[in-house]
Design a protein around this ligand. Structure first.
Ligand SMILES: Cc1ncc(C[n+]2csc(CCOP(=O)(O)OP(=O)(O)O)c2C)c(N)n1
Length: 510
């Protein structure tokens, strides 16, 4: 099937499979003991190679552990193959050790699943190579090695789907009431095409950091877009790429916005909205080319909303300067340093949101990834490890709970490129995204602490445990980052008071 990379999680039951694999040439084998992170690692590998990756687990709860990553792969349209070893089918329903009901365990999040025992016939029937797949293999403990060294890894090719771009062309028929483009995460090969298209159109753009275009579009990129678009809502929104991070995308669900026409161009085909909208599913460059992007005429800024951009940018700069030790200001400062890195991974929750709103916009930061399929805070370090295995100067920004979720992942970095690796942890003492919800704001302090999982831990001994360098930053003056030979953990502790004051003042900006 063209699967060249495997992440193996050993157990007694899957030994025959792993043993077989280790006899194959031309395959890359990674190993990790913790199946949940291993599956996220496989996802990261696919971000890098753009080819399928398989994970091989033993039986029992080991199989269940891969579900979060399978879900993420489902929504990102990545071909993760789960090969689970199972006890012989006669054990089903018996409650015997490590014999659980594995068939169908990955539910709707795999495109198909096959349960094989004894003689193996044709496999992967009906696999589009775009979605996860589950192969459950019943093996006797005494199973011999199951394949021989003459196994040949085939070519990895995904069939091209038929593309209908007429909706896209028609979308531009009537644009006098304004069009805004929201660009979510893009695959690297699509960036040039999207950039060219947007420069031709000259409409206001909301570009997520994961688009890689946020700093390249100059004046076309809206500053404080959530506020601007709520006050000046265009008649049409074109979304390109992954589901956008910002608030305005969610606002589109509200009844007042029902009249806004939304068209998405998406590799995964998910609309990202519960309300009515249209979706063109396909590789983004193919869609843009198919619609002869270069012949689109300039639409421009019909609502005249870009002209306030300069003012909004300076207001924001002033606020960031007024509260230098607030979380948003420290994100801005970090973003100035991170451009020396080759790549950036943004954790879910506040990091990806604050980066989008507050990171610098002058220097390009083109290689940016995140797991935005299901927006989990799990498996983030493992995904990053997989994605950046061979990349120097890789940077990541994560929240503290997100980091605590993946504490064992650093073992995956043992043979990884370590040079210049920076792990920035924004330690605001819990899940602070919840503090921003009106319902939580109305709660008492104790209740807020429970919701946020408030804590006073720091990451110094965690960094030491893995032999990594460590630096703690309590205010802006202390932030000075220089990557070294081993990964560097930069624990950033924002000032709570300044952060609260910043958000209050930010909400009042005109
Ligand atoms: C696996 C998973 N569990 C729970 C959540 C719900 N959740 C969203 S954000 C968040 C808090 C994250 O806290 P932290 O990493 O410290 O980031 P902060 O909000 O402080 O930026 C939680 C628990 C989730 N997204 N994914």
């Amino acid at each position: 099937m063209g699967i060249r990379e495997y992440v193996v999680c050993s157990g007694a039951r899957n030994l025959a499979l792993i043993d077989s694999l280790l006899q194959c040439e031309d395959v890359v084998v990674w190993s990790h003991f913790e199946e949940r992170a291993a599956a996220f690692y496989a996802l990261g590998r696919m971000m890098d190679t753009r080819e399928p990756c398989a994970i091989i687990t033993t039986s029992g709860t080991a199989v269940a552990e891969v579900l979060p990553a399978v879900i993420e792969c489902h929504y990102q349209a990545r071909p993760l193959v789960v090969i689970s070893a199972d006890r012989p089918s006669s054990f089903r329903g018996s409650g015997a050790p490590q014999a659980i009901e594995q068939v169908g365990i990955l539910g709707n999040f795999v495109e198909g699943s096959e349960d094989v025992e004894g003689q193996v016939g044709e496999l992967f029937n009906g696999w589009s190579k775009r979605k996860p797949w589950h192969l459950n293999v019943c093996l006797d403990e005494s199973a011999e090695t199951v394949v021989t060294e003459d196994l040949v890894v085939g070519d990895w090719k995904v069939a091209k789907e038929k593309l209908d771009v007429s909706t896209f062309v028609r979308f531009f028929d009537e644009v006098w009431q304004g069009v805004v483009v929201m660009v979510g995460g893009l695959e690297p090969e699509d960036r040039g095409e999207v950039m060219h298209f947007l420069k031709t159109l000259k409409v206001p753009v909301v570009a997520d950091a994961t688009s890689g275009l946020r700093e390249l579009l100059g004046d076309l990129c809206l500053v404080n877009p959530d506020k601007v678009l709520r006050e000046n809502t265009p008649a049409k929104i074109l979304r390109i790429g992954e589901v956008p991070v910002g608030r305005f995308w969610r606002d589109l669900e509200s009844p007042e916005m029902a009249k806004v026409e939304v068209l998405s161009i998406s590799r995964t085909g998910f609309s990202g909205l519960a309300r009515e909208s249209q979706v063109i599913k396909g590789e983004i460059s193919r869609v843009l080319n198919g619609a002869a992007a270069s012949e689109f005429a300039e639409v421009g800024d019909v609502l005249d909303i870009l002209k306030g951009n300069g003012r909004r940018a300076s207001q924001l700069d002033e606020l960031l300067e007024a509260y230098p030790d607030s979380e948003p200001s420290l994100v801005r400062l970090l973003s100035l340093y991170s451009t020396v890195g080759e790549s950036l991974y943004l954790g879910n929750s506040l990091p990806i949101r604050e980066w989008g709103e507050f990171a610098q916009r002058d220097l390009p930061q083109e290689i940016v990834r995140a797991n935005r399929g299901a927006n989990g805070i799990d498996g983030q370090l493992a995904t990053w490890a997989g994605w950046t295995h061979g990349i120097d100067d890789a940077w990541v920004l994560l929240g503290d709970l997100t980091t605590l979720y993946d504490l064992s992942a650093p073992i995956l970095f043992q043979d990884c490129e370590a040079q210049g690796r920076v792990i920035a942890v924004m330690n605001n003492g819990g899940g602070r995204i919840f503090d921003r919800l009106p319902r939580v704001k109305a709660m008492g302090e104790a209740q807020r602490g429970i919701i946020a999982n408030e804590h006073a831990f720091n990451f110094e001994s965690w960094a030491t445990m893995w032999g990594w360098d460590y630096q703690r930053v309590d205010n802006a003056d202390e932030l000075e980052i220089e990557g070294g030979e081993v990964p560097l953990v930069v624990e950033i502790v924002p000032c709570e008071k300044q952060t609260a004051d910043f958000w209050e003042a930010y909400a009042k900006l005109k």
